[in-house]
Design a protein around this ligand. Structure first.
Ligand code: G6P
Length: 369
């Protein structure tokens, strides 16, 4: 068993450390020789079919749903197509408007989640094209979809998903770029910039992993609390949701992720002396606004742990602890900022003496609706 874990204490920690490889393998040959374009031969849509897409629906459960929230921003920004992201167990029952001009993207690590599979079937029944992002070649979702982008994360054993989530993010970046190339919605120079940014991610993740001890110390403090908040705006909010889920799943500490600007509309009432708040502030254009939200919680006694991009010295002046992720394009930060949150959840769970890889009540793959 120790051999399977390659010297790590838990599968989750091993899988967190496998992310640089998972990023490289998922990008692999999909970044063409020139290094400036994306080649997605597994996507069989013709340029005409891509131009005919009027809307995208992303449907998934759990962590894969959170990847879909990032996917929405990525596709809207790069391909300028309206995107909605839904939890699979809600999708079918809200009478979604699915037409042959809808591209439905289902995201599933296992490819066997019952609700996601049911959503896929409903989408096909309505004549939509279905593209699957999955980690399991030959899974039910992979077999039934029209197009399949496989994430090459390798087998994920820990119940709490880490490398599958980040590989799903990479798949969304590749797909967004591919659609944008076909549609001509962003200029070639920007596409080349995003491609270059993607290629630098694995090394940047390695540099975050090298600082795991810093996160461990914060996690040990967090583990003594029963309640906390994650806040962020834009893509940082999507990552906050995933960070909060990760912590809840394995540490059993209650947390809530909030769009930072929404706090004052209710939840600010719950901020009291000493409550930990994990604040993500990696988006340049939202930075000032996020800082003012951080000041709102600080003023009520919160103990704030801020995550920001390297090179920014401002955040340290307003929060109690900071962690810098390496600088990258604002669009790509989720693939870096989630890593310290995965480590935070891992070490908090460890500090509480929980079974990190097999949290109570949860299953790796849920094949009942
Ligand atoms: C279960 C797992 C989650 C996962 C979700 C969706 O609830 O515990 O980690 O995100 O299912 O799984 P899928 O295989 O469809 O990505």
């Amino acid at each position: 068993v120790t051999a399977e874990k390659a010297g790590f204490d838990h599968f989750m920690l091993k899988e967190i450390h496998e992310q640089p490889k998972a990023y490289r393998d998922t990008m692999g040959a999909r970044l063409d020789e020139s290094g400036k374009k994306v080649a997605l031969s597994e996507v069989g849509m013709t340029p005409e079919q891509i131009r005919a897409i009027r809307q995208v629906h992303i449907v998934a459960c759990g962590t894969a749903y959170h990847a879909g929230l990032v996917g929405k921003s990525v596709i809207e920004k790069l391909a300028r197509i309206p995107v909605e992201t839904d939890v699979a167990s809600e999708y079918r029952y809200r009478a979604p408007i699915i037409t042959p001009e809808t591209l439905v993207i289902v995201v599933s690590q296992s490819g066997e989640t019952a609700d996601t599979l049911a959503a896929l079937r409903e989408a096909k029944r309505c004549g939509a094209r279905v593209l699957a992002i999955t980690n399991v070649v030959g899974s039910s979702v992979a077999r039934e979809a029209d197009d399949v982008i496989v994430t090459w994360a390798g087998p994920e054993i820990a119940v709490a998903s880490t490398k599958a989530y980040t590989s799903q993010l990479i798949a969304f970046y590749l797909l967004g770029l591919y659609l944008a190339q076909t549609l001509g919605t962003v200029d070639e120079a920007y596409i080349a910039e995003v491609v270059a940014g993607l290629q630098e991610l694995p090394e940047k993740v390695e540099s975050i992993l090298a600082q795991a001890d810093t996160i461990k110390a914060i996690a040990e403090q967090v583990s003594t609390h029963d309640n906390l908040f994650f806040i962020g705006r834009g893509l940082d909010y999507a990552v906050a949701l995933e960070g909060s889920l990760k912590l809840k799943e394995i540490s059993y500490i209650h947390s809530e992720a909030y769009a930072a600007g929404e706090l004052k509309h209710g939840t600010l009432a719950l901020i009291e002396e000493g409550i930990p708040v994990i604040a993500l502030a990696t988006q340049d254009d939202l930075f000032e606004k996020t800082v003012s939200n951080i000041k709102e919680v600080k003023a009520r006694g919160a103990h704030v742990f801020g995550i920001h991009a390297e090179g920014d010295a401002e955040l340290a002046k307003v929060v109690d602890h900071t962690f810098a992720i390496p600088a990258t394009l604002p669009l790509l930060t989720p693939a870096l900022s989630v890593v310290p949150l995965q480590l935070l959840a891992y070490y908090a769970s460890l500090a509480r003496g929980n079974d990190v890889d097999k949290p109570r009540n949860l299953a790796k793959s849920v094949t009942v609706e």
